[in-house]
Design a protein around this ligand. Structure first.
Ligand code: AHR
Length: 508
């Protein structure tokens, strides 16, 4: 069938179908909960005002963490949180963020608007937050402007039961070591993290990781700083020279129109812009596949994980806000990007072991926005909430028959998208109708003898794909029950509304 730009080409007059390929399930495969990871950088109001207001704030808080955000993140079952950057990580000196707060030095946050950082949120504040959330900490270590000794001693400070660093930690009020699994050795080392060549970085990586030790029963999972989107050379060289010294290598991929000039408004966009966004977002799949195939050259058994530790949409900042603080609104379009990206990650569990959306609060594609003592949950938040049953589940391969649309820049987008998983005898199936105008009749054939039990559903949709949730008004984009799916004669059928994401959970 021929397609021309912007023309919708239906494949058939009948319903679109989603087939669960139960015979293709790999029982050893798992959707690592870490695929639902978050990222918190010292950038704009992510930490200060977003997660942390300090214990003396009039904003209701628990030991300095705002109660509303804490509860929202607990409800999301956050599995892992990356900190303190981002670009900030390679200018962060951990000793500035320990000890009595009044004695901590300040620093200029050179990457992000020149804001003065007072270091009141440091190692203890971060690790205590992870304990409160019940999530794994993921530390991003300073390679660009730090030293091997500094990073090695940070690991010792956090994880050792005895010795000089443990003594210092205890003096600062924490007796027991924390557990630290995920350790990143630099961030974007090809750019803000030091402008290294991949050859030089590989040697530096090998040296740094040597001195980051496993103390007191702690076991580090060491992550090399990886490529940005299409930089396959970086992956090739770093893997070739250092793969045996790493557990993972990162990848950053943003859904962004470009790196210079305007990136477009987060809320004011045309249908053409919307479909372009989906095409760009879905391109993460061939990008992952290419990095994976390069990794296969050195690691055919896929021991080394590919960690997409920064991803999401990047728009112009909201008018009137500091351009260095990356504060953007979040619409139903962002919800679509979240769902389609998570679907892609769930198709690549053999290599993709963690991802961290950028970022958790008030920066880029956030989960929550805060203003004073108010908090708004974004459409993206609701996708993460809707997808919780996929965390830790076994992926169920799906085959989708649907129509395809050509979009700007030579990309194309399938109108119906799907992902499925199985856990504790239950199937969770998430379906997305990306089309703005037409509902889709969907048929899910399960075999004549199949008996569907205990089906429940939820939906995220909006009057307009430009809709967003804002302060002081009822939520426009939220998670609601969905009762439109019917099971009979070995089939589930439903009408999937335009621009909607639906998740069904059932037993067969
Ligand atoms: O997430 C914002 C920034 O994007 C990070 O600090 C950096 O790693 C990336 O370029």
């Amino acid at each position: 069938m021929l397609f021309s730009a912007g023309i919708l080409c239906p494949t058939a007059a009948s319903a679109d179908t989603v087939t669960l390929m139960m015979d293709r399930i790999d029982p050893d495969a798992v959707i690592m909960p870490e695929i639902y990871g978050q990222f918190a950088e010292h950038l704009g109001a992510c930490i200060y005002g977003g997660l942390w207001v300090g214990p003396d704030s009039p904003i209701p808080n628990t030991q300095g963490y705002r109660n509303d955000v804490l509860q929202a993140l607990r409800d999301l079952k956050v599995p892992v949180m990356r900190w303190p950057g981002g670009c900030f990580a390679d200018e962060y000196h951990w000793r500035d963020g320990i000890g009595p707060v009044k004695d901590r030095p300040t620093q200029v946050n050179n990457n992000w608007g020149g804001t003065v950082e007072d270091n009141s949120f440091g190692t203890h504040e971060f690790f205590n937050l992870c304990e409160l959330l019940g999530c794994e900490p993921y530390l991003s270590g300073n390679v660009g402007s730090g030293s091997v000794e500094e990073l090695a001693q940070w690991v010792e400070y956090i994880t050792a039961a005895d010795g000089p660093m443990a003594r210092l930690r205890k003096e600062n009020g924490r007796e027991k070591p924390w557990k630290l699994k995920y350790l990143g050795v630099g961030n974007e080392s090809w750019g803000c993290g030091g402008n290294f060549t991949p050859e030089y970085y590989s040697d530096v990586y090998r040296r740094y990781q040597t001195y980051c030790r496993d103390f007191s029963g702690n076991k580090l999972y060491k992550i090399a700083s990886g490529a940005s989107d299409y930089d396959y050379d970086w992956t090739d060289i770093v893997m070739k020279k250092a793969h045996s010294h790493m557990d993972g290598i990162s990848l950053h991929y943003y859904t962004v129109t470009g790196w210079s000039g305007s990136k477009g408004s987060a809320t004011k966009f045309t249908p053409d812009d919307y479909y372009w966004t989906l095409g760009k977002c879905l391109e993460i799949e061939p990008v992952i596949e290419k990095h994976d195939s390069i990794m296969d050259k050195y690691d055919a058994k896929k021991r080394v994980g590919l960690l997409v530790d920064e991803w999401g949409t990047w728009w112009d900042v909201e008018p009137g806000t500091n351009p260095g603080h990356l504060y953007q609104q979040n619409t139903m379009r962002d919800a679509m990007v979240a769902a389609l990206s998570l679907n892609v990650f769930q198709r690549h569990t053999d290599r993709v072991r963690m991802t961290n959306i950028a970022q958790v609060a008030n920066v880029l594609q956030s989960m929550v926005l805060t203003r004073g003592d108010s908090m708004v949950l974004t459409p993206t938040y609701y996708v993460f909430k809707m997808y919780i049953p996929h965390q830790g589940a076994t992926p169920v391969p799906v085959s989708v028959k649907t129509s395809r649309m050509d979009v700007r820049d030579g990309r194309s987008v399938d109108m119906l998208q799907a992902t499925a998983s199985r856990k504790d005898g239950k199937i969770t199936l998430s379906l997305t109708n990306v089309g703005l105008d037409n509902d889709i009749d969907v048929e899910i054939p399960l075999g004549n003898s199949a008996k569907v039990k205990d089906m429940t559903g939820s939906i995220i949709t909006a009057g307009s794909v430009n809709d967003y949730n804002d302060f002081g008004q009822p939520e426009k984009v939220t998670l609601k029950p969905f009762k439109g799916a019917k099971a009979s004669k070995g089939n589930i059928t439903l009408k999937l509304p335009a621009k909607s994401i639906v998740t069904l959970t059932f037993e067969i």
